[in-house]
Design a protein around this ligand. Sequence first.
Ligand code: CDT
Length: 309
Amino acid sequence: MARILRIGGAQMGAIQKTDSRQVVARRMLDLLDRAKAQNCDLVVYPELALTTFFPRWYMTDQVDVDSWFEREMPNAATRPLFERAARYAIGLTFGYAELTSDGHRFNTSVLVDRDGRIVGKYRKVHLPGHSEYDPQRAFQHLEKRYFEPGDLGFPVWRTMGGILGMCICNDRRWPETYRVMGLQGVELITLGYNTPSTNAQKSDEGPQTRLFHHRLTLQAGAYQNSTWVVAVAKCGIEDGHPLIAGSIIVNPDGEIVAESQTEDDELIVADCDLDATVFGKETIFDFKRHRRVEHYERITSQTGVILPE
Ligand code: CDT
């Protein structure tokens, strides 16, 4: 019998600076209701789903910075989401800014099972951008200022009848992200993203190029590891700053099977047969038979490029 997970990709349109967590949570509940109407098993929301993409704003006062972070999960704003999802027996994953009890700040996502329990946590490893105000850029991207790199690696979890993993936004551009999960047999990777529609340092790179790079990396990661990949945007114009949409679900052959059509709150749905990952994992990407780790040593021993003499 096929192991089918019906996935709802809950794309979210723009969240403005002034929108409260409660207003946003109501939109997430509405998307959850749409997922319930379509019999989804798991709903995937974007990166930093509860707020505007605040790393575009340069802040020097730590009190201002911490106003964007969550100190516990679930909390007052998100408890209704956890409770309704458990009542519907639907799993969830969403991103938020996490402030730990011992003062660490991460760009985090959680995986919640059908009983409303957090069964997985991932903290973003590849933080893009910079840590100080950069007057050369058309706009700021200060993730390196506000977050520490994740300290949990790329775990996967047995849940909902499969092996699931998470990454977040910029992680999708790095082949190592998928391969580390691929080496644990991952069958479905979820990720949320906030990707500006233009390049702050290259004025001729616009949304078409951005969407091309987005699909290219997701499709390659899925194919090369024979896994499903579900990528969900927060998109539209946030306080004057456009973010790409293009939420997609990619099958283990690297083909797009569902794609959003708007830049608003929108649910994309696909039946993801986890057994469809098996063929690739046992043939062309049977890692045990075909990988040649004796030639890959540089990948973990060296970070930057070392040019030949
Ligand atoms: N949120 C996030 O990680 N955004 C980055 C922007 C970097 S510019 C390509 C991303 O990789 O989409």
